[in-house]
Design a binder for this molecule. Structure first.
Ligand code: SF4
Length: 444
């Protein structure tokens, strides 16, 4: 009989100071660490790392926290500090340069990441309920990667900042670690999402973190480059056209990031954009799109547009339609403005009647469908890379997506002969036919 000896899990010691809220924070952190396979150590000597959850409410509490850190350093040496005093990281580091990491209150992900770094967990297929890459609702071969939560803008039709608060960016090393695990578990495509990807890191002043022996900045360009190095397709969603978006275009030329940008323009008329209070409302956007395409000719741009915003006139719609004609976007999603409770636009004057919204919506969708059909027809005869999403055993065909197609929202590539392919395979396809949204072909 073969008996497998399970490796000993790393052990974490905990010193929890402060109020009941800090205690709840400690419980949450330890719950997560237990779920990750760590054991608790009742003493300093048996711990691989000691976590000190500090209190910084009064000077006396701060002094007590510093003493606790000093004791943990003296007794064990491998110490991660978290909690309210984490806001004074400089004071802690000055007195105890040897601390491994300092994180602030409620930064659960950061604390757990610091412990993982100090004493890496041992993945174990026998006892782990959750696979190393986490539980996923998407197929194994593509994964959404959330880089931040919340938003600093206040668009007049949106209640997301009200519901989710201002922008809170994740640490770049935590994102990269998650992405690395996903790729190791079979992900072939990472879909970077947030409310405003271009703003990533603004709230944490683009702070750098150690990653694979170097430093990586919490910035869209740096993060995209590092994600690209992992070897999967990297697709950027919800990118606002701030000037620094120009810097990710070379990453597309280098093949590190897919030649794809999902930019929610929402409208083109400067007057409507102002009324919508949209960010990055730059009159030179068409010129920038031209520049991007000059650098990356196969760049696919997807966007969404809202028609029927309060005060939108026929002239605004005419402006939008001629803008769309010129921009030649590859994919367009159209929406009719819907008043949402709590959004400023809901109580604005000059609401547009439903039948007028419908007409405008149909005009935008008809034009976009024509442009899409023309752009797809131009691909007939070419060869493209396709990531297989599904194989139909009955017909022997398969469905996948090109680099220009995000799952669920863009088009598909239909193969009439799958030739033994399976989901997650990337195959070169000769395009034989096209329609308004999809391509048809065979493995080349
Ligand atoms: S629509 Fe505007 S306010 Fe809402 S999440 Fe997007 S950028 Fe932020």
């Amino acid at each position: 009989m073969n008996v497998t000896t399970l490796p000993k899990p790393p052990r974490v010691g905990l010193v929890s100071l402060g109020c009941p809220k800090a205690l709840v924070d400690s419980e949450r952190i330890m719950t997560k660490l237990r779920a990750d396979g760590y054991d608790m150590s009742p003493d300093y000597a048996g711990a691989d790392v000691v976590l000190v959850n500090t209190c910084g409410f009064l000077d006396s509490a701060k002094e007590e926290s510093l003493e606790a850190i000093g004791e943990a350093i003296a007794e064990n040496g491998r110490v991660v500090v978290t909690g309210c005093m984490g806001k004074e990281a400089d004071v802690i580091r000055e007195r105890f340069p040897g601390v491994l990491a300092v994180t602030g209150p409620q930064q659960y992900e950061e604390v757990v990441a610091a412990v993982h770094e100090a004493a890496p967990p041992i993945p174990n297929a026998f006892i782990d309920l959750v696979p190393e890459a986490g539980l996923k609702l998407t197929p194994r071969h593509y994964s959404y990667l959330k880089i931040s939560e919340g938003c600093n803008h206040r668009c007049a039709f949106c209640i997301i900042p009200h519901l989710r608060g201002d922008l809170v960016s994740r640490r770049p090393d935590a994102i990269l670690r998650e992405a690395e695990k996903l790729v190791a578990a079979g992900t072939k495509e990472l879909l970077v999402i947030s409310q405003d990807t271009s703003a990533y890191g603004v709230d944490i002043r683009h702070q750098s973190r150690p990653w694979k022996g170097a430093e990586v900045r919490a910035h869209m360009t740096d993060l995209s480059r590092e994600l690209g190095e992992l070897g999967a397709w990297v697709r950027l969603h919800y990118v606002y056209p701030y000037p620094h978006v120009n810097d990710v275009i070379p990453l597309m030329s280098e093949g590190l990031v897919l030649p794809y940008l999902d930019i929610p323009f929402q409208h083109a008329s400067p007057k409507v954009l102002r009324a919508m209070r949209r960010p990055a409302n730059d009159a030179k956007v068409l010129e920038r799109i031209r520049n991007w395409r000059a650098q990356v000719p196969d760049l696919a741009i997807r966007s969404s547009f809202v028609v029927g915003f309060p005060g939108e006139t026929e002239e605004d719609v005419a402006y939008l339609l001629s803008w769309l004609e010129e921009a030649q976007l590859d994919r367009v999603g159209g929406f009719k403005f819907e008043p949402v409770e709590g959004a400023p636009a809901t109580s604005m004057d000059d609401q547009v009647p439903d039948d007028v919204k419908q007409e405008r919506y149909e005009a935008v969708m008809a034009l976009s469908a024509r442009i899409s059909a023309e752009k797809l027809a131009a691909k007939v005869g070419s060869t493209i890379d396709v990531l297989i999403d599904a194989v139909d055993d009955e017909t022997g065909g398969a469905t996948g997506r090109s680099k220009a197609d995000a799952p669920e929202i863009d088009g598909e590539v239909h193969l009439r002969d799958s030739g033994g392919l399976k989901p997650g395979d990337i195959v070169t396809v000769k395009v034989e036919d096209s329609d308004e949204h999809d391509l048809y072909g065979v493995p080349a």
